[in-house]
Design a protein around this ligand. Structure first.
Ligand SMILES: C[S@@+](CC[C@H](N)C(=O)[O-])C[C@H]1O[C@@H](n2cnc3c(N)ncnc32)[C@H](O)[C@@H]1O
Length: 378
């Protein structure tokens, strides 16, 4: 995911992956089957784990079709299983990803038809095998998606309020914030509770894969259930936590939804949520990390967005001295109304929405200041 490459590379290092290399919106690494299971089950900031199976050069559609047909597809699926193809292309030669998926699908089903007089069906919703083709100019790679459904579908979020952040972005924001789990974590506009739940998973060493019903690799014919079982018993990072994780939201309905999701994740004893207006509350302790995702204005409309952000800044200055506060938002103009100089700005995407994630630290005696910082991170 754009902006999370660094934290994902750190996570890969922690689980023991080798030859880690950051790319744009991806991190590549070497590992065996156990590492593939581990990456799916334990990584918090990865959307999917792809296994490359064949790289080739194709200068036109016929060459593409021939190369895809060279792979022995019976090694990966049976004719009675279903498949889905996803294509990503850049460069001048292949320009239509839909057309490429079609060609790849034709090459695969034609191989089955030739050999067995029968063809596998396509199922875009829940295929047994998800195949990716990545093309840059004439360089093509075929990869199997070992995750199946994207990894942000953790499985604990049974309900969502409007405009939630996805679970992978939430985990990435917490990692980028630098929260070391040595102080309280607070989200005062917690919506469905995603940031709180991801913070608790990290703080107590609970793997993000714990709640998933299924990973793509479980349908593969080389699936090793015993090996996977062993991987699910591993733990990485923090396991003990002696501080508070708490949230609040103006909307009682949002609080109810957050509570349901927290319950679904078996974290009721580890997270507290209350209905409260941010502008009226007092933080629990004298310091900690505050990470939040206020209404952007695109999808939620407070009456006066500028005034709203101004009030956030005033609140931080009055009641959040000693806190490290991080706020994500897509509207740079209104975020300026916070009126505090951000210490850092990081570009992130919430879905297709370009956002900045800004860090504010308020010390005793901080002055109101509308200046923007150097945009080193943008
Ligand atoms: C973009 S949503 C947060 C989504 C959340 N991060 C999630 O993943 O579900 C913004 C939330 O801010 C809440 N909100 C708006 N004004 C507020 C206020 N003054 N005090 C507390 N919460 C507020 C809304 O009720 C909404 O749930």
């Amino acid at each position: 995911m754009a902006g999370l490459e660094e934290v994902l590379a750190e996570e890969l290092e922690q689980i023991g992956a080798k030859n880690i290399e950051k790319q744009v919106r991806a991190v590549i690494f070497d590992g065996d089957k156990a590492m593939m299971y581990r990456a799916n089950y334990h990584l918090r900031t990865s959307i999917s784990v792809l296994k490359p199976i064949y790289e080739f050069i194709a200068n036109n559609e016929d060459e593409l079709y021939k190369h895809v047909g060279k792979v022995n597809w019976s090694k990966y699926m049976t004719v009675d299983e279903t498949l889905a193809i996803s294509a990503a292309t850049s460069g001048e030669i292949f320009t239509h990803s839909k057309y490429i998926s079609q060609k790849v699908k034709d090459a695969i089903v034609d191989q089955f038809r030739r050999r067995q007089d029968k063809r596998p069906d396509v199922n875009t919703l829940s295929p047994d095998l998800k195949i990716n083709i990545h093309i840059h100019n004439n360089k093509c790679s075929l990869l199997l998606d070992s995750s199946g459904d994207p990894l942000f579908k953790r499985g604990y979020r049974i309900k969502a309020t409007k405009a939630p952040v996805n679970e992978v972005l939430a985990a990435g924001m917490i990692k980028l914030s630098g929260w070391n789990m040595d102080c309280d974590f607070y989200d005062p506009m917690c919506g469905s509770g995603t940031l709180l739940i991801e913070a608790a998973l990290m703080a107590y060493g609970i793997a993000p894969g714990t709640y998933r019903k299924k990973f793509g690799f479980e349908s593969w014919n080389d699936f090793d259930a015993d090996l996977f079982e062993e991987i699910t018993e591993e733990t990485y990072g923090n396991t003990e936590f002696a501080h508070n994780i708490y949230g609040s939201d103006l909307s009682p309905l949002a609080v109810k939804i957050a509570e349901e999701n927290i319950g679904q994740a078996f974290l009721r004893k580890k997270i507290s949520v209350t209905p409260a207006n941010f502008f009226d509350i007092q933080p629990k302790g004298k310091g900690g990390f505050m990470v939040t995702n206020p209404p952007y204005g695109e999808r939620l409309q407070p009456d006066d967005l500028k005034m709203f952000y101004q009030k956030i800044g005033d609140k931080l200055k009055i009641d959040f001295t000693g806190f490290t506060s991080w706020i994500i938002g897509s509207n740079a103009e209104v975020m300026k109304f916070i009126g505090l100089k951000p210490e850092r700005k990081i570009k992130l995407y919430n879905g297709s929405l370009e956002c900045t994630f800004r860090k504010f630290s308020v010390y005793e005696g901080s002055k109101r200041n509308g200046e923007e910082p150097n945009d080193e991170n943008l």
